[in-house]
Design a protein. Structure first.
Ligand code: PLP
Length: 385
């Protein structure tokens, strides 16, 4: 029966990250610099709120968009922190992680034949959904511009079929972000066109210098903003994301969300309420720690001899170029490094073909692990050059 499945589903490949893990999973004594989630526990007060939710039988379906006080807290969180203002009654939807938010949003926007712009390299969670919609992912090569899209590069890729653009900043896998001025310029290019902006800002709280800015500040009517608690509150397993969009868009997103999951887990919603009220600044301590690690890793990468290292503005990743002396694909490089030195990094091609020639290093691990991992990378590099 396999041949009768939706061909768009058959075309989807397992992620490059998974493929790589499957090949190196059994290596003993491996230091992993691949982690895509915070290495801190969920804050205690958030965990207590979830326990109380269970004890108080808050275990039924909630409103499809999430219980109202949580939506109020979510609206106030992004309003206070990022100066973007949404009505909790009809412009906020709580989802099962940002992942489900991305699915709902892209399926609500895209039709067969549409084009969706996105920066390359990029988080691998978008292209399969674009493909499932019968639409086409059109990458904007950012490798020559410190991994940032710009007003000019966007302009150059817009066609009559362009229906949406994904702006995922701070970025996974590169850690870079866009400044307020860069966002304003991009908003000016997109304003008034029939193009939706999907702003995936899941790493917004992990912005190291200054505050995060959202394009929604300048182009609210065309923007659908996605955020969540996985990274800010170390809550990846709780599966809480959020979509913010003008009412005329949200009311349609809500239908797709409703027929998809009904609502996010009620217990997790109570935990999220605690996180977005008493815990609105929980990310600060984690961010300070990531910043120390970021600076340490930068120093080491330069000492080891990596060239053109782009220092991240946020998140917890470095995306570094494999030295020219290596005549290997990023997959071969990562595999050889894992086997010879027992350090795992993610091959760059997992983040689209624009990531070929790079590796992603995560610093969501202890300084000791980073020290050891980077020393092993250093000996791998020096033994080949
Ligand atoms: C850019 C980006 N968006 C979305 C997600 C998914 O987040 P969630 O755990 O909330 O589904 C991730 C997870 O790594 C990510 O890096």
């Amino acid at each position: 029966m396999e041949q009768y499945l939706n061909p768009n589903v058959r075309d989807i490949k397992i992620s490059g990250i998974r493929k790589f893990f499957n090949m190196v999973a059994d290596i003993e004594g491996m230091i992993s610099l691949t982690i895509g989630q915070p290495d801190f526990p969920t804050p205690m007060h958030v965990k207590e709120a979830a326990k109380n939710a269970i004890d108080e039988n808050f275990t039924s379906y909630t409103h499809n968009a999430g219980f109202l006080q949580l939506r109020e807290a979510a609206a106030s969180y992004v309003g206070t922190k990022y100066n973007v203002h949404y009505h909790p009654e009809n412009e906020v939807i709580v989802t099962s992680g940002a992942s489900q938010g991305i699915d709902v949003v892209l399926r609500s926007i895209l039709e067969p034949g549409d084009e969706c712009l996105l920066p390359g390299p990029v988080y691998p969670g978008y292209e399969p959904i674009i493909h499932l919609c019968g639409a086409k992912a059109v990458y904007i090569d950012t490798t020559q511009n410190d991994f940032k899209v710009s007003a000019e590069s966007i302009q150059a890729h817009i066609s009559d079929s362009t229906k949406c653009i994904i702006l995922p900043y701070p970025s996974n896998p590169t850690g870079v972000s866009l400044t307020k001025d860069e966002l304003k310029e991009i908003a000016a290019v997109l304003k008034g066109r029939k193009i939706f902006v999907v702003a995936d800002e899941i790493y917004s709280e992990l912005t190291f210098e200054g505050t995060h800015h959202s394009i929604a500040e300048f182009l609210k009517e065309q923007t659908i903003m996605i955020n969540g608690l996985s990274k800010s509150h170390s809550m990846t397993g709780w599966r809480i994301g959020m979509i913010f969009a003008p009412e005329c868009i949200s009311k349609h997103l809500l239908k797709v969300h409703q027929y998809n999951v009904s609502c996010a887990s009620s217990v997790s919603q109570k935990a999220a309420y605690e996180a977005l009220t008493n815990g609105i600044n929980d990310a600060v301590v984690m961010k300070e720690e990531y910043k120390i690690r970021r600076d340490y890793v930068y120093k080491r990468l330069i000492e080891i001899g990596f060239k053109d290292v782009v220092k991240p503005d946020g998140a917890f990743y470095y995306f570094v170029k494999i030295p020219a002396a290596f005549d290997m694909t990023s997959f071969e490089f990562a595999l050889a490094l894992a086997h010879q030195e027992k350090v795992a990094v993610v091959p760059g091609d997992a983040f689209s073909r624009y990531g070929e020639g790079y590796i992603r290093l995560s610093y969501a691990c202890s300084l000791e692990e980073l020290e050891e991992g980077l020393s092993r990378i250093e000996s791998f590099i020096s033994s080949h050059i």
